[in-house]
Design a protein around this ligand. Structure first.
Ligand SMILES: NC(=O)c1ccc[n+]([C@@H]2O[C@H](COP(=O)([O-])OP(=O)(O)OC[C@H]3O[C@@H](n4cnc5c(N)ncnc54)[C@H](OP(=O)(O)O)[C@@H]3O)[C@@H](O)[C@H]2O)c1
Length: 257
């Protein structure tokens, strides 16, 4: 995720390589990032964070305590910390860093190709200039949406952050289904991918309700009606609601640990 954001920011020329310093414990990874992106890097996170307008925390949740130890009360009043760590609440980040200016973001993996979805919130100490900077950074990896209530972050975790996995599962099943009825796998893959892509674009560009667009495909007594009633009978729509709700409950539970 850090690499996706780095690539987005550099490609959009929001910052030059020399403006960015990456804090990274592994030497070979530091070397890769320095060579690939022309950024500076340091194994000491405190050194990496020095002078940065935005200090991005893109580590696994289990590494947060050690990073808190390194950065506690080490950020300047003018600096803002931006965390993408799943489950790490604003209160945890504020206390752990001993710093009031905090942004919490829930991104997703399509950020890697600039088609991500990031929901974000921030503490009131983040001024309008910094909020604009955050918007610009997140816009380099896709769409961004600000919310003033943190409760939506757990919901976004379940929907947009976990969502790509649900969509990939659907795509995989659609390809396998094509093969099952006799299509060569490469042809099934092309058909499935363009169908999912085109259908998404159709909803976005027409602004029509998905149910309306679905009805347009269904002729009375036809093939689509036959397929849809199998999906309905198998409980697919309800299973999707249950899946997102289960991920939501898990996100709340992880945030309480
Ligand atoms: N992947 C997603 O779909 C997604 C979506 C939303 C949010 N997130 C959140 O994004 C965060 C990063 O996820 P990811 O998938 O990008 O994980 P990742 O690929 O494992 O990246 C974590 C990075 O942190 C580095 N790191 C480990 N300890 C560190 C330390 N003490 N100081 C500085 N850097 C350190 C790791 O370095 P090494 O490579 O040397 O170990 C690695 O490069 C997670 O908290 C996750 O919850 C992920």
């Amino acid at each position: 995720m850090a690499e996706a954001i780095l690539r987005g920011v550099l490609d959009a020329r929001l910052a030059g390589g020399g403006d960015v310093c990456v804090g990274e414990p592994r030497a070979e990874r530091r070397e890769y990032l320095t060579q690939q992106f022309g950024v500076r890097s340091d194994q000491d996170n405190q050194v990496a964070a020095q002078g940065a307008d935005l200090v991005v925390l893109a580590i696994k949740p289990q590494d947060l305590p050690s990073v808190f130890k390194q950065l506690h009360q080490k950020l300047d009043p003018g600096q803002t910390a931006l965390s993408i760590v799943a489950g790490a609440k604003m209160s945890t980040l504020t206390q752990g860093l001993g710093h009031p200016s905090i942004v919490r973001v829930m991104p997703n993996t399509p950020a890697q190709i600039g088609e991500g979805m990031s929901l974000w919130t921030c503490s009131e100490q983040v001024d309008e200039n910094k909020r604009d900077l955050v918007r610009s950074v997140l816009a380099t990896v896709g769409r961004e949406l600000y919310v003033d209530d943190e409760k939506y972050l757990d919901m976004a975790t379940a929907l947009s952050a976990s969502g790509p996995a649900y969509v990939f599962l659907f795509i995989e099943a659609l390809i396998d289904a094509g093969v099952y009825v006799g299509l060569p796998r490469d042809m099934a893959t092309t058909l499935a991918l363009q169908t999912v892509y085109g259908s998404t674009k159709l909803v976005m560009e027409t602004g029509q309700h998905p149910a309306q667009l679905k009805d347009m495909v269904v002729s009375p007594g036809g093939t689509t009606a036959e397929g849809l009633q199998v999906l309905e009978r198998a409980g697919v729509p309800a299973a999707i609601v249950d899946a997102v709700n289960a991920a939501y409950q898990k996100s709340i539970q992880l945030g309480q640990q």
